[in-house]
Ligand binder design. Sequence first.
Ligand code: GLY
Ligand code: MN
Ligand code: MN
Length: 448
Amino acid sequence: MSSVYRPTLSLAPALIQADFAARRARLAAQLPDHSIVILATAPTHLRNNDAEYKYRADSSFYYLTGFAEPEALLVLEKVLSEQGNAELIYTLFVRPKDKLREIWDGRRAGIEGALAEFGAQQAYPINEADERLPAMLLGKQHVYARLDNDLTSWLAHARSLRRGEGVVDTVHNLDALLAEMRLIKDDKELALMQSAADISAAAHCRAMQTVRPEMLEYQLEAELLYVFGHYGCVPSYNSIVAGGDNANILHYVENDQLLRAGDLVMIDAGAEYQHYAGDISRTFPVSGTFSNAQRAVYDIVLRANLAAIDSLVAGAHARIHHETALRVLTQGLVELGILSGDIDTLMADKAYMPFYMHGTGHWLGMDVHDVGRYTDTDGKPRTLQAGMVITVEPGLYFAHDNPQVPERYRGIGIRIEDDVVITEGAPRVLTGGVPKTMAEIEALMQQE
Ligand code: GLY
Ligand code: MN
Ligand code: MN
């Protein structure tokens, strides 16, 4: 019997309506009285003619509603009751139930479902939004929304209705508020992200165990997709499966070349579980054993990855992992004889750029490149806080035609990426389910 990794992971439970209601309440608590929040979900996208891409709700819309159907709009009104208490009115505009459309396109919650299952106090057909929004805007002093044509026309219409109530004085950027909320993950979100990371890690393990020389890159990609699909997940971004020199194309997604004995393969792929993204990169030898030249480069990138992870502690600034990785990588480039000179000077001169041209990570959450500012208003990197999730993804890229690189290292491209939670103590790595030391990788690959 083959012992190729057969994942049987136990996964975090989906969020429930009370979780989404708590988020709406937390948002509302930050708003002044007489305010209104308006947020539409994402549009559908055609792939060709009348065939659509699989639908994915807008992350912020889903964050506040748990509602995953297209053509939906959330309205939250913070008003004062007659007794002067702040009151929250939650309205959903959705596709109404429609027997014929549901036979063709699938089930709809409808008005009834929006009220009964999604906790809306009011629900209307989406095609009534244009008619109802102007009246909802009347008497509000603040609107929190995305500035788009719909909002502009609803505001204009509301002004024409006026009725002596006054119309919104100030339009605020809703995305900025929601980004700060989404940036700090609570325990339930971290459990979902652990599951996304576990599924992603299982997929990488399977790829390590199934790769063979002369496979095509997309055949190896199929092994990843098998694991994602096994858990009902889709990729959280287009998977990169890059043999040999293809790894030196940072976002290589063609995945249609042969994997050759003696080359490395770099995979950057992650699963999206319950709307939360995993994002992992691993690099391993197609035929199961690293060569000496590959070992030398891999060791440097791994040291950069480990040092950068260690640097991610609450209170440090949000570029600390990049600065840490750059130092290790620059030192490594000197060790390999590719750069020479004083490390601080080389770093100040960005001498690493021909071999490492991207940042060392990004926020991770419902979006793979998640929302949230990286800098404070003064332009300096912000301070890391517990509950933030960030990727750590140093690499070295020695393109086949880079004349600064000795022959033996050319065509080697390596990236090692993990997902890390900032805590009050040591950083917590979500992606430990897939090996990253050379010895562990070779051992896993040798298991039949
Ligand atoms: N896979 C995209 C990234 O690592 O940023
Ligand atoms: Mn990645
Ligand atoms: Mn990434």
